[in-house]
Ligand binder design. Sequence first.
Ligand code: BTN
Length: 261
Amino acid sequence: MNRETIKNNLQTILIGSEVIVMDEVDSTNDVAKRYLEKDAHDGLVIIANSQSRGKGRLKRSWISVPEVGIYLSVILKPRISPDHIPQLTLLAGVAAVSAVNAFSRTPARLKWPNDILLKGKKLCGVLCEYCPPEENKGGIVMGIGINVNHGPSQFPEDLRNTATSLKIENGEPVDRLALILSVLNHLDQEYEAYLLGGEQQVIKKWADHSDMFGKHILLTQGSSSTGGTAVGLDSLGRLKVLTDDGREQVFDSGEVTLSLP
Ligand code: BTN
């Protein structure tokens, strides 16, 4: 996998304006942030073969086995206020699920706010980080991790029941380069559509790729949990829940587990 092959095969307007391919990094999001401090290009993409300190949401780590996964981050510099960042997480999810589904025998589905599940197990995660503008060097780092060609033994034991890869579910390996190109092409299309048309279409597409609505969930925020039925997303992309005690509540963050009422 090299920079030229990726750059020459992209069909994008912005994403991949510059592409950097590295072997092992701490975290592609952290590398991207360091580039941002040096005033990197809008659309710069960092791709790594492995990560020693891959980061997930809620301060979790992201297991980043060399050669088998996709670990990439994109720098974006939209002129939006920080409260719009959650919608970019949804946008990344839409792009990633669309790309993955072109390579998956069974359709992957989105779980709010940032998970892509295949047969109910985690296949892909998105981590968007906001870097405030200092001397105009701010922006957003959009990180995407996909479990592509992992065998079951390449996940730590405690994740084997909850994580999966395309290879495990398809029964055969997937071309990682082709999937990277597809992710970046989809990201570019979704981002251009968002810049032109706004966030409502992103929110609608996100809901079309999810089957969590109408299901009973447990939403955990720190030490508090709320049980209820996931009803939909509001116009800001927040999760609407009809709680077990009959109220409609809106959540802007949290961890969702599907559960019995
Ligand atoms: C999550 O599901 O909690 C988010 C996982 C995001 C993982 C990706 S891998 C590429 C990028 N670099 C990181 O350190 N994290 C993201």
